[in-house]
Design a protein around this ligand. Sequence first.
Ligand SMILES: Nc1ncnc2c1ncn2[C@@H]1O[C@H](COP(=O)(O)OP(=O)(O)OP(=O)(O)O)[C@@H](O)[C@H]1O
Length: 231
Amino acid sequence: MLEVAGLSAWYGEARVLDDVDLRVAPGEVVTLVGRNGAGKTTLLRSVMGLHRQVRGTVTWAGQDLGKMSADRRAKSGIGWVPDDRGIYATLSVQENLLLPPVTSKADAWSLEQVYEQFPVLHERRDFPGTKLSGGEQQMLAIARVLRTGSRLLLLDEPSEGLAPVIVQQIGDIIRQIKDQGISVLLVEQNVKFASTVADRHYLLAQGRVVESLDNDSFQSRTSELLEYLGM
Ligand SMILES: Nc1ncnc2c1ncn2[C@@H]1O[C@H](COP(=O)(O)OP(=O)(O)OP(=O)(O)O)[C@@H](O)[C@H]1O
């Protein structure tokens, strides 16, 4: 379980998150929805320990993460997939997958498991990162954190710039991950996509959570909510 309580964040004097509370249960997919600049990426980065000018608490698997470094948070099972995907362009797919340090964690996916769940990565295993499509890069970025045994994935706009058919594939992967009891906290501007994968949603405006709602309520009120958020 991830629990964020009273989280505020600043860049210098500018406060960009204001007293945010949220939870993600095991196997739950939760989205952060809001217009550009609402603070979504900063929230993910704060959970990962990459943004340090914060106040409030982040508790993961019963442990208050306090001032723990991003590296130690990763070792405790939190996986970060940035919006630029962070693929090493000159390395092959397989080399990218072999980069995370070998871990004995039971949750860490083996190369065989990755290739079984992501057949396209097996087909492309000798391709350099530069030759992958956006969707393949996204799959590789997700697979790479699963290799480290992550039990919580922080995904920043996984559908961005992808063709609808590829977005559907990313949705399938998120559902498979969920079925394995892994939690996902997902920033998403594509609300149609968000409503096909998520259990719950937090709506963020100017750094504050303005609504928290389950997927059924989100689907029945989508246009009203988007108008309210100015999206
Ligand atoms: N490095 C930075 N220095 C100063 N201000 C920043 C920095 N990064 C983000 N901000 C500001 O913090 C606020 C929140 O940005 P953030 O990127 O978290 O929003 P977002 O909801 O993820 O939007 P987007 O989808 O555009 O990234 C915005 O006002 C943004 O201009």
